[in-house]
Design a protein around this ligand. Structure first.
Ligand SMILES: NC(=O)c1ccc[n+]([C@@H]2O[C@H](COP(=O)([O-])OP(=O)(O)OC[C@H]3O[C@@H](n4cnc5c(N)ncnc54)[C@H](O)[C@@H]3O)[C@@H](O)[C@H]2O)c1
Length: 246
């Protein structure tokens, strides 16, 4: 098992990609704190991990609240004494064309996708620096290159790329790898509710001519948090079937 003896926090792990990732890390031996503001869904992920023989605890912290994020990290350290891995996965959209985008839509998306990633990375950083070990994986989206109707999301996800590049540089001297995954369109019950024409358009833009699978994301994160990738840092890995933008 690649993550024997390691511990991980996965944010938004009551959702589709986060759940798949948390289960994959647990399957490889990591003890996982399953964070999600929706504690019921977080608990379902924990139950699934325990069912497959792994170890996990649920945590309902809202990652947009700085003090609460710091407390979440303290709880993790009290429980398992170490944090080896942080996967910043929590994220969401509030789409609108520019003239119609409200302050609330802008702030919600920036706070969750960008600020939340910063708060979590900052909260684990002192501990990782002290131990001279750590793996941080942030989650952007191919929309970081710009997508119509997503000024807020594109700005937030570009910010996540900038955050990765900056903290990757700061933390490299402490043996902490910081990378970013950029999923294309991944098939989940949520993307299945999208308008068929939108899905068809994106699949047409995708050289592999299909949507990705949750396991495509989980496998890439596993690689980035394992020592198989120990000489890889500050990279944005497109898991998008070759799709380079909208
Ligand atoms: N699914 C895709 O096709 C796709 C494509 C590109 C990028 N992404 C990114 O991948 C990540 C996961 O996407 P998903 O499709 O699994 O979404 P999802 O909505 O299924 O899961 C996101 C989870 O985050 C949780 N969450 C929301 N606000 C939170 C908060 N303040 N604190 C803690 N948790 C919170 C939600 O409750 C939800 O369970 C997101 O960052 C998203 O932007 C997804």
């Amino acid at each position: 098992m690649k993550l024997e003896g390691k511990t991980a926090i996965v944010t938004g792990a009551g959702g589709y990609l986060g759940r798949g990732t948390a289960m994959q890390l647990a399957q490889e031996g990591a003890k996982v704190m399953v964070n999600d503001v929706n504690l019921t869904e977080a608990q379902k992920t924990v139950d699934a991990i325990i069912h497959q023989g792994g170890q996990a605890i649920a945590d309902g912290t809202d990652v947009t609240r700085s003090d609460d994020v710091n407390k979440m990290v303290v709880r993790m350290l009290d429980r398992w004494g170490q944090i080896d891995i942080l996967v910043n996965n929590a994220g969401d959209i509030r789409d609108a064309l520019l003239p119609a985008m409200t302050d609330e839509q802008w702030e919600f998306v920036i706070d969750l996708n960008l600020k939340g990633s910063f708060y979590c990375a900052r909260a684990v950083s002192s501990h990782m620096i002290e131990r001279r070990y750590g793996k941080i994986v942030n989650t952007t989206s191919m929309a970081y290159k710009g997508n119509a109707g997503q000024a807020n999301y594109s700005a937030a996800k570009s910010g996540v790329v900038g955050l990765t590049l900056a903290i990757g540089l700061e933390l490299a001297r402490y043996n902490i790898n910081v990378n970013c995954i950029s999923p294309g369109m991944i098939e989940t019950p949520r993307t299945n509710t999208l308008d068929k024409t939108i899905v068809e358009r994106i699949v047409k833009l995708t050289p592999l001519r299909r949507m990705g699978e949750i396991s495509d994301i989980a496998n890439a994160v596993l690689f980035l948090v394992s020592d198989d990738s120990k000489y890889i840092t500050r990279q944005v890995i497109h898991i998008s079937g070759g799709m380079e933008g909208f």
